[in-house]
Design a protein around this ligand. Structure first.
Ligand code: NAP
Length: 327
């Protein structure tokens, strides 16, 4: 069973449901991706920062070699990390991802955050994460580079022209920054990837993207769940959405799981999803939501009403750097 697709503003069809690859441990990642393809997953949402692109690529290539799927039927996604925003580093960073994955092109390459960190050579540390040099590490700080977002974006447009990527995406951008980017972009971004769950519904941003022809992709659809393993105090002190009375009541009524209600609430509003799981037994549950469940309008509204504007992934909290991405 393969997910239904949405048409992007460049004419490409993108699956509405994909597999998120953040924190899939390297030792299970290749087999998880391979298994996911066997079950019908066609979109893989990766990133340079996740440190598992070699394994994601290994799973993909095994599935292609075994004749389960052709490259053209897959939608492979990565994200440019903050350390490579300078136009002179964009293409080499992309080529590193392509070589790690063993692929010739990506279907979609996002700017992961609108934040340009100081460049770190691959041989010094890869992926660098919050590391911007030994001195900074000692002091516990992150250094930035003065690179305007449009400069990074123009370098990505060149990568599209060269056929290394089919589409450009943006992630963790707010409305006014998108508005500004669109004023200078020659190839509009196809997708905006944002944190989105019933505690952070972001209605205005979603409405803006709809009218601008940009597809919204939700990350962390299960809210606090993904951040508990990172030991986030905020996540640990926020009631889990899986046990939320409103979500559970709706799940029981439809005889589905709470996780499926959370995912369907997004797709039913036209938002693409990329739930992550390292467990094979959860893959099918997360993929089969659209066929299995249709929420009533009142149920969609009831879930949207849980909004509390709680954001678990906020650069303001990174090493106390107070980066005002969402301030
Ligand atoms: N652009 C960005 O800045 C950004 C930031 C965060 C995430 N993302 C992307 O979005 C993807 C999804 O977000 P996420 O990984 O933060 O979180 P998520 O998909 O909301 O949640 C993942 C967590 O939920 C558990 N889980 C998965 N399926 C489940 C099910 N059916 N029932 C119960 N628990 C389930 C997983 O555990 P198990 O693994 O044990 O199943 C894991 O702990 C990421 O993998 C990444 O690709 C992007």
């Amino acid at each position: 069973m393969v997910s239904e697709t949405v048409k992007l503003n460049n004419g490409l069809d993108m699956p509405l449901v994909g597999l998120g690859c953040w924190k899939i441990p390297n030792e299970v990642c290749a087999s998880q991706v391979y298994e996911a393809i066997k079950l019908g997953y066609r979109l893989f949402d990766g990133a340079q920062d996740y440190g598992n692109e070699k394994q994601v690529g290994e799973g993909i290539r095994k599935a292609i070699d075994d004749g389960i799927v052709a490259r053209k039927d897959l939608f492979v996604v990565s994200k440019l990390w903050n350390s490579y925003h300078d136009p002179k580093n964009v293409k080499s960073a992309l080529k590193k991802t392509l070589s790690d994955m063993g692929l010739e092109y990506l279907d979609l390459f996002y700017i992961h955050f609108p934040l340009a960190f100081k460049y770190v050579p691959f041989e010094e540390r890869y992926p660098p994460g919050f590391y911007t040099g030994a001195e900074d590490e000692k002091k516990g700080v992150i250094s930035l580079e003065k690179v305007p977002i449009l400069d990074t974006y123009r370098a990505l447009e060149e990568c599209v022209k060269e056929g290394l990527i089919k589409s450009i995406g943006i992630s963790n951008f707010r409305g006014i920054l998108i508005h500004d980017l669109l004023a200078g972009a020659k190839i509009p971004p196809v997708c905006l990837q944002i944190e989105h769950h019933p505690y952070l519904t972001q209605e205005h941003l979603i409405e803006y993207c709809e009218q601008a022809g940009i597809q919204v992709v939700a990350y962390s659809s299960f809210g606090p769940q993904s951040f508990i393993e990172l030991d986030s105090e905020l996540a640990k002190s926020t009631p889990t959405l899986f046990e939320h009375e409103s979500v559970k009541t709706i799940a029981n009524k439809h005889n589905v799981t709470a996780s499926q209600v959370l995912l369907r609430w997004a797709t039913q509003r036209g938002i693409a999803i990329i739930p992550k799981s390292s467990k094979k037994e959860r893959l099918l549950d997360n993929l089969q939501i659209n066929e299995k469940l249709t929420l009533t309008e009142a149920e969609v509204k009831a879930i949207s009403a849980l909004n509390k504007d709680i954001r678990f992934n906020d650069p303001f909290t990174w090493l106390n750097s107070k980066f005002p991405v969402f301030a």
